[in-house]
Design a protein around this ligand. Structure first.
Ligand SMILES: [Zn+2]
Length: 255
């Protein structure tokens, strides 16, 4: 008799436990699907960024312009590539997230900070570069190199904003205003009076010996910038800065 009671009790207990497990699982599934719905919605909302395309994994070029630099990025750049009391304010700058074509023939996500006035055309320029599958090695904020241009160049990084003085001068470089961009510094080094930067660029001093990632007159990178009124450092007379493009703003609010 007592065994029977025990048996009944255990069956009852198993039943209760099963009910609890099932209900917890169900709740889990329910919460998950709700959360998923929420994140999807969030993504959709952010995809509707007023100037961007859909931002997701795809073969298509995608970009998003943040006219207000996200707080996390502000924190990251403050005291490094961005200096309070520098030539432009945070409000003058925009943060762009975009895709670029890599040397590995794959799409990568990159980021760059430029002057707000130029953000839209910079996004378009990199769209043309992407469409042509011109390879870019890296596109990270220079702050990941402690805003040290030499380190960024040595790592073949493509970058925009960096508040710094021109080499051997007291003037702010165009990068300080977010109106200059350096692309693939190794394949496109800086050359001035025997100074070569970065050192790894020594294999690319001969501009006739064309290899992937090099910028040459008339190519897609050159045209994309030049068609929008940018200047190329590869066409300067006194020095050559093959990685460098810059543009003076329509309203000469800088200098
Ligand atoms: Zn430059």
């Amino acid at each position: 008799m007592s065994i029977r009671i025990l048996l009944r009790f255990s069956v009852f207990l198993i039943l209760i436990i099963s009910i609890i497990i099932v209900s917890v699982k169900f709740q889990d599934i329910y919460i998950n699907s709700e959360e998923k719905g929420l994140t999807e919605q969030k993504n959709n909302q952010s995809n509707k960024g007023k100037k961007g395309n859909k931002f997701k994994e795809s073969k298509e070029y995608t970009y998003r312009i943040y006219e207000e630099i996200p707080q996390g990025i502000v924190k990251k750049i403050s005291g490094l590539s961005f200096l309070k009391g520098g030539p432009v304010t945070l409000e003058d700058l925009a943060y762009i997230k975009l895709t670029y074509w890599g040397f590995d023939d794959r799409t990568h996500f990159g980021e760059i900070i430029v002057h707000k006035e130029l953000a839209q055309e910079v996004a378009e320029i990199f769209g043309e570069i992407y469409a042509a599958k011109f390879p870019i090695a890296k596109m990270r904020l220079i702050d990941e190199y402690q805003a040290d241009d030499d380190l960024s160049m040595a790592d073949n990084n493509t970058s925009g904003l960096c508040m710094r003085k021109v080499r051997g001068s007291d003037n702010y470089s165009k990068h300080s205003f977010g109106i200059a961009i350096d692309i693939n510094p190794v394949q496109n080094p800086y050359l001035c009076q025997g100074i070569l930067l970065p050192q790894a660029g020594k294999d690319y001093v001969d501009r006739q010996d064309f290899r992937e990632g090099m910028i040459v007159k008339g190519d897609v990178v050159y045209e994309a910038f030049k068609n929008r009124g940018w200047t190329w450092g590869g066409e300067w007379k006194t020095l050559k800065d093959y990685q460098h493009f810059q543009k003076n703003l329509p309203v000469e609010s800088v200098e």
